[in-house]
Design a protein around this ligand. Sequence first.
Ligand code: LMR
Length: 395
Amino acid sequence: MFHLDLAPADPILGLTETFNADTHPDKINLGVGVYQDANGRTPVLAAVKQAETLLLETETSKGYLPIPGVPEIASYTQELLFGEQHAIIEQARAKTAQTPGGTGALRVAADFLKRAKPNATLWLSDPSWTNHHTIFQAAGFSVQSYRYYDKISQGLDAEGLVADLERTSKGDIVILHGCCHNPSGIDLNKEAWETIASQAKVKELVCLVDFAYQGFGDGLEKDREGLHVLLDAGLAVLVASSFSKNFGLYNERVGAITIVEETENDATNTFSHIQAAIRAIYSSPPAHGGNVVATILGNASLRDLWIKELGEMRTRISTMRQAFVQQMAVRQQVVDFDFINHQKGMFSFSGLTQEQVLKLREDNHIYIVGSGRINVAGITPSNIEPLCDAVARVL
Ligand code: LMR
């Protein structure tokens, strides 16, 4: 009836399908950004299991949630973003809605922004998460890129970034990665955040911070320092949070969209439009994931357990990052992988070309996204040696 060609496979989730279809016993998945423990499993956190037990015992209804979701999610998300008793919270200048994952938060933001700023251009880092392009184009935005990754230094192209943000028009929208930049693992330093904040002030840019990995860089507080540079500059900011990674709640689809405004009145008005956007997409979010997060953050011992487990995930990833660099140095001198030690979070831009990535897949059943992005959390003590042997062979 529609006579359509096949849609292209998603570069990340399509790779997972190919990986799942591969029957080789020693296949390695370094594709999708999902945490794996030392045994290659994606565990349910103990804090989550305990919260779920509590919830099963106490749940009395499956009635609809209000449009912004589980009510406590708003205050807990704001505590994670701003810190307890922050002036923004005291002045009620922030409003938060629970969303279906970080992707849902971004799509809500995109639909809201398209209504509020129909003529704005939307700016993404080059590179950025592939789904950023899809989400914002689907909402009708014209998308442009600002320079971010410097191929030569394998670090931040701070000059290129500033020069490209100079090209923005008044009122344009800039997407920033709060921490653990996806896909490069290269974060903005304080100076870069400050420069962006002053450019945003002059050009009245809207900053939308994608904060999908809070806690995976240097910890919950340190990871929000960039966001705080924008807030301290008095900018109106939107933040898309995800609880998929830091709570390991991938398939529960729980995240949040937060808007910070200049006054409580502005925040209330803006939030009414965010709620209208939500009503038009999915009406209200599913309850389970939000209830799990709210139960953990509302219970001192579960919260402590969660912070400990989050720390363990962060430490395991950074240990594997260092081990990969060491093991590669032992095997070859063609590439100095030390730059990987300076990257943060789950991902690492390895510098592998598309050709090398394909060869690793065909010859060794190792799955890496075409850009050369490696999910470091997929490296384990038992797969690191064959992985490094195979990478050394394709260099
Ligand atoms: C990723 O970048 O791999 C994750 O954020 C998962 C996804 O939805 O793409």
